[in-house]
Structures are given as C-alpha cells and as structure tokens.
Design a protein around this ligand. Structure first.
Ligand SMILES: [Zn+2]
Length: 240
C-alpha cells in the first residue's frame, strides 16, 4: 500500500518513461526518456484539450484519448473533491487540481488525521481511473471452462452474457504486455500477472489433452488488436 505522499505524487508529478529502442537487426539502441505531464494534467488535457498551459505540457493529439463523457464526469468529481478537501484544511483551492492537491497535502501534514488510509485509497483509485482512460485495457474471452469452478457458460442469451466465463485483460505499453489479469466471472478465480497466466494456459492445455481437439477458434476477441505472443498460448487452448 502506498502512503499518502506516494498517492499524491502519482497524480501530480510529471512521469518519466524510459523507452529502449531496438534496431532492425535486433540490437538494443540507447534508451531515451520521455517526460509526460502528471496524470491529473493528462486527464485535464483529455477532457478539455485546450487547457495545456504551454506547448510542453500538452500531450499531442495522437496520444490524447478522445474526450468522453465518462472521463469528463470523473475529472469533475476529482476536481470538486480536491476543492472541498482544501476548504476543510483552510487552504484556498487552486484552479489547477494538481496544485490544489499538493497545497492540501502540505496543510494536512500540519494536522494529520486518522483517515490517511481513506485518502490514500481514494487517490490511488483516481490514478487507476485516469490510467484506464488514457490507456484502456484490451480484453478477450477464453473459450474454455474455468479450471476452478468448471463453469462453461456465463449469463444467458436473454439477459446478456452467453459466453465463456474467463476474461483476460491486459494493457499494451511500448509494444509490451503489462497488467495481465484473467478472471472467472462466475467464481471470481483470478490469475494475476504473467506467471499466473502461463500457469492458467498450462492447466487449460492439460485439460484439453483429455478432450478431443476442437475445430473452433478458441479465443473470441472483443476489442482491440490481436493479443500479442505472450497471450497466444491461451488462444491455442482448445479445451472446448
Ligand atoms: Zn470459475
């Protein structure tokens, strides 16, 4: 669990991203560093594209998510909450929520409360909401029963669902897969991270060894591009 300052920093400090490049023949070239505006600033840019205070702090149109009502609403809630927190510690709110949040934190240091954990959870969830808006997760459904609860279907044709129970979500970052998580929507069984997903793929291919090979494609893509190589083993799983 991050502490309160970590959670404040995650939202308000610029982020440095190290990008290593490979040449065409596979050699690593020198890494370079890209600086991104803070998460709160990027959310502000995403919902109000003209708010960048100068060219350097604006994200380019290509990297900016399209304005959407959800993001706008979430950002408005964050800004409003920060303003009211500032008033509670008798600090004048700032037009810029990132500045306001840091002023609030400094004032709060002088009068620590017992509910730092609550604020930390709140701020951490905001960071997750913003990351999800800036780089939405990709997902697909594994066409195989859950190895824990053995459920084969989820939902029904009338109420929706009518699909296999395990959903895999992941995020692409510089052509790398990150944040992989597989979750059974029936029993809640969760496989978190690369190693756990590999184990799941192993388990499913063992099950499939006992069953006649299936003619159908196994993975149903719900959105986004094809999952990259690391997830292809699940695509090859033919436990159906
Ligand atoms: Zn299950």
């Amino acid at each position: 669990m991050p502490d309160l300052l970590d959670a404040v920093d995650a939202l308000t400090l610029v982020e440095h991203e190290h990008i290593a490049q490979k040449s065409d023949d596979g050699r690593w070239l020198k890494a370079h560093t890209v600086t991104h505006p803070s998460l709160l600033q990027r959310m502000a840019d995403a919902v109000t594209p003209s708010t960048g205070r100068d060219n350097a702090s604006k994200s380019s149109a290509a990297t900016r998510s399209p304005v959407d009502a959800d993001a706008l609403f979430e950002y408005a809630k964050m800004s409003a909450a920060i303003k009211s927190w500032c008033l509670m510690v008798k600090v004048a709110p700032d037009r810029d929520p990132a500045v306001g949040l840091r002023k609030w934190y400094v004032a709060r240091l002088a009068q620590p409360g017992e509910d730092d954990a609550w604020y930390t959870r709140q701020l951490t969830s905001w960071a997750n909401i913003i990351r999800n808006h800036l780089n939405p997760p990709q997902s697909f459904t594994i066409k195989a029963p859950c190895p824990i609860c053995r459920t084969e279907g989820y939902g029904n044709a009338i109420d929706g669902g009518d699909t296999w129970p395990i959903e895999v979500r992941y995020r692409m970052q510089d052509e790398r897969v990150t944040d992989e998580i597989a979750r059974c929507r029936v029993c809640g069984g969760t496989w978190h991270g690369h190693d756990a997903i590999e184990e799941l793929a192993d388990e499913l291919s063992q099950i499939s060894g006992k069953i006649e090979a299936a003619p159908n494609p196994v993975v149903e893509h719900q959105e986004g591009p094809n999952p990259p190589d690391r997830l292809n083993r699940l695509e090859g799983c033919d436990a159906v």
